[in-house]
Design a protein around this ligand. Structure first.
Ligand code: ADP
Length: 711
């Protein structure tokens, strides 16, 4: 059999391993039980993982699981692995979707790409093939530092380390304390600053850019943003801007269109074609779509979470093909996909955080800078920070060019994170006593870094009491918080507790939701009551902000609907009051959606972007499903019947009367309404209407498709 290194080289069309890859192999990549690689973006870490995976699959006949932080990245890796190794008889699978599915078919796959949340949810349900995993790869492991994503990755790694003992390969960006991570994992570690493309990092002040390694560039004007674009285009290259807010990203992309336009005259037709794809991605183009269309026609684009996935993909691929010359992105792009450009310009080094405007962490800025230089096309790349004053230029230089990235640290120790994971550990019977719970947490990165477990023990104590209070966990109460030591009493999840954990919602949300649903069951409600019960939850955060101009409208709605809401309004001076109003506003967004307000109206009225609307619709779908499942368990029959109906209405964005029609392929909310208004109100009527008449309404192709479905 060919050895894994040869296969990887051959399938990647690469002649020899690069220095990082050699370093990893020389230091025992294939022999050590755990291994950490800390190296810059684009230094070829994925290839290291591929070598290790092939060894596991082909020689050890075990599975390899590849964990990534984002769904978009999972797709990218999955496609890449399938293309390279699928023909080699290796079965590549991906599992990123529905958190209440165990995807049993995964048992037949050799390489499985997952997000950490999905892997966590698989573990909560119990998977039969966990012991057949020979290798776990944690890509972008430095994200263990992220308050949102880090704890899940940390818990998943700890669970595998403790229960199944596979090999672990952790891949990290350049971080200061990779050795600490390695010690936690009991791993061999290698570090390298190798880059396939030489990176010049610089600070721009006025018309002068100073770089490290040393070089200077003088721009034609002291409007740096414009001058940098002009200079890039003159060189026939592309530039990627990072800007802190969506709105500013959009306006800069628009403004730069004036600079880029004359350079893309020849590609005008192509660009218009791409622009039209962006317009067609939604039911009806919104103002944001039109803005993006105009930008693309001029050879620029903005890229942020307000776009829907299809649009982002269109923009990314047009940039990769060299059609779009300038992308102005918010920093989410840096963590997301692989989109290099010859030049990267970071205009905003500050952003709004918990304590006002803060400088962005060095690690994140380095990730953005790391996007400079396209490995296959450029010999070098440039990353430039823009300073407004001399003093700031000095600071940027010291902090971001010469400075080291921060240490990554565990974010596991806080109550909201712990209540979810403690319940999951108890529910999946990974641990059975408080003692075991503490033993588990003593093996986390948190425990490794902070050593002192007393504080953690106290928080866990509080969390257990909370979960008992919710009725999600059974066991002895009391003794442990005050005594400060964990007894050996048995901890068991109740049926509801187990289901909450499987549904992957915060126990606090589950408890609130159950309370609201019980009230609805007793007192009755309507669609707005049900929508509110899932809208004002942590999973829906941030709730829609309530502006002064909204107050009158909300009061009007409250007067009309208050009796249907499953919660009395808190006193206006209580801290919950603000969330209550926001929750109502958020519920009304969904209400308008199922009352068939157009997407454009909703975006306008509630000040959301298309991307945000999609995300919210996905979240509410999950919460309605979870509510339904919990209600089923608790026998809240009337409520779940309504909930089910509303979930389908939310899925299609329609009134109840359109449900039969929208279930057909090719009919969305707009067409269903048009048919209904033309008297075609049921499947029966669709069956009866002559093909020719239907064609007049829907066009030939669709009429045929509809008829095929109903006859
Ligand atoms: P990372 O995971 O470190 O961000 P990737 O593994 O995605 O980096 O590699 C970046 C690019 O470099 C990919 O296009 C990859 O095919 C290429 N590459 C990796 N290793 C080599 C090598 N030894 N020689 C040439 N190109 C390589």
């Amino acid at each position: 059999m060919q050895n894994p290194v040869d296969i990887v080289l051959e399938k990647s069309g690469i002649r020899e391993l690069n220095p990082v890859q050699k370093l990893a192999l020389e230091n025992g990549l294939l022999d050590k039980k755990a291994f950490v690689v800390s190296a810059p973006t684009a230094s070829g870490k994925t290839l290291i993982a591929e070598i290790a995976m092939l060894k596991t699959v082909l020689e050890e006949r075990k599975k390899a699981v590849y964990i990534v932080p984002l769904r978009a990245l999972a797709n990218e890796k999955y496609e890449e692995f399938k293309e390279k190794y699928g023909s080699f008889g290796i079965k590549i699978g991906i599992s990123i979707g529905d958190y209440d599915q165990t995807d049993p078919w995964l048992a037949n796959y050799d390489i499985i790409v997952v997000t950490s949340e999905k892997l966590d949810s698989l573990l909560r349900h119990g998977i039969t093939w966990a012991h057949r995993i020979g290798l776990i790869i944690a890509d972008e492991v430095h994200l263990i530092d992220s308050p949102e994503r880090g704890p899940t990755l940390e818990v998943v790694l700890t669970r595998f380390k403790k229960s199944y003992n596979p090999k672990i390969l952790a891949l990290s960006a350049t971080i200061n304390n990779y050795k600490e991570l390695a010690e936690w994992l009991d791993a061999e570690a290698v570090e390298s600053d190798y880059r396939p493309v030489k990176l010049y990092r610089g600070v721009c002040l006025g018309n002068m850019v100073s770089f490290y390694p040393e070089r200077f560039v003088k721009l034609d004007s002291d409007e740096p943003v414009k001058a940098l674009v002009e200079d890039t285009l003159k060189k026939g290259k592309q530039v990627l801007f990072f800007i802190s807010t969506r709105r500013n990203a959009e306006s800069l992309a628009e403004k730069l269109g004036n600079v880029v336009r004359e350079h893309v005259r020849k590609e005008k037709k192509e660009l218009e074609k791409t622009g039209k794809q962006v317009l067609q991605a939604l039911e009806k183009p919104t103002r944001q779509c039109e803005k993006l269309f105009h930008c693309i026609c001029n050879g620029t684009a903005f890229h942020h979470a307000g776009l829907i996935n299809e649009q982002r993909k269109i923009v990314e691929s047009a940039f990769k093909d060299g059609k779009i010359k300038v992308i102005v992105a918010t920093p989410t792009l840096a963590a997301g996909i692989n989109l290099p450009a010859w030049r990267v310009v970071i205009r905003d080094t500050k952003r709004f955080g918990g304590f006002g405007m803060d400088y962005i962490p060095v690690l994140e800025i380095h990730q953005m800078m790391g996007r400079a230089g396209r490995p296959k096309y450029d010999k070098e790349g440039e990353a430039i920070l823009i300073a407004k004053t001399e003093k700031e230029a000095e600071f940027l230089w010291e902090n971001y060019i010469e400075g080291e990235p921060e240490r990554v640290s565990s974010k596991l120790g806080v109550e909201p994170v712990l209540r979810t994971h403690v319940l999951a550990l108890i529910a999946s019977e990974t641990i059975r006593t408080k003692q075991e719970l503490m033993e588990f947490f003593s093996e986390t990165f948190y425990a490794y870094q902070f050593r002192n477990l007393a504080e953690l023990e106290r928080t866990i104590g509080k969390v257990i009491e909370l979960l008992k209070g919710f009725g999600f966990v059974k066991g002895e109460t009391g003794e442990f918080v005050s005594a400060g030591s964990l007894g050996n009493s048995e901890l068991v999840a109740t049926k509801t507790g187990k289901r909450v954990s499987e549904l992957y919602i915060d126990p606090l949300t589950a408890n609130t939701l159950i309370k609201r649903m019980k009230r609805i069951e007793e007192e009755g409600s309507n669609d707005i009551g049900i929508l509110y019960s899932v809208s004002n939850t942590i999973e829906m955060f941030p709730l829609l902000p309530v502006r002064k101009s909204d107050i009158e409208k909300i009061n009007e709605l409250l007067n009309k609907y208050e009796d249907f809401l499953p919660e009395k309004p808190p006193n206006p001076w209580d801290i919950e009051y603000e969330d209550y109003l926001k929750g109502i506003k958020t519920a009304f967004l969904f209400k308008e959606w199922i009352e068939e307000a157009s997407e454009e109206e909703i975006l306008e009225r509630f000040g959301v972007t298309p991307g945000e609307l999609r995300t919210r619709l996905m979240n509410i779908d999950w919460l309605l499903y979870s509510g339904y499942e919990l209600g089923l368990l608790l026998n809240l029959r009337k409520t779940i019947r309504e909930m089910k109906k509303i979930r389908i209405r939310v899925k299609y964005g329609v009134k109840e009367e359109l449900l039969p029609l929208v279930r057909l392929r090719g009919i969305g909310r707009v067409r269903a309404r048009m048919l209904y208004n033309n008297g075609i109100t049921s499947i029966e009527k669709l069956r009866k209407i002559p093909l020719e008449s239907l064609e007049k309404l829907t066009g030939k192709a669709l009429a045929k498709q509809i008829k095929e479905q109903v006859e």
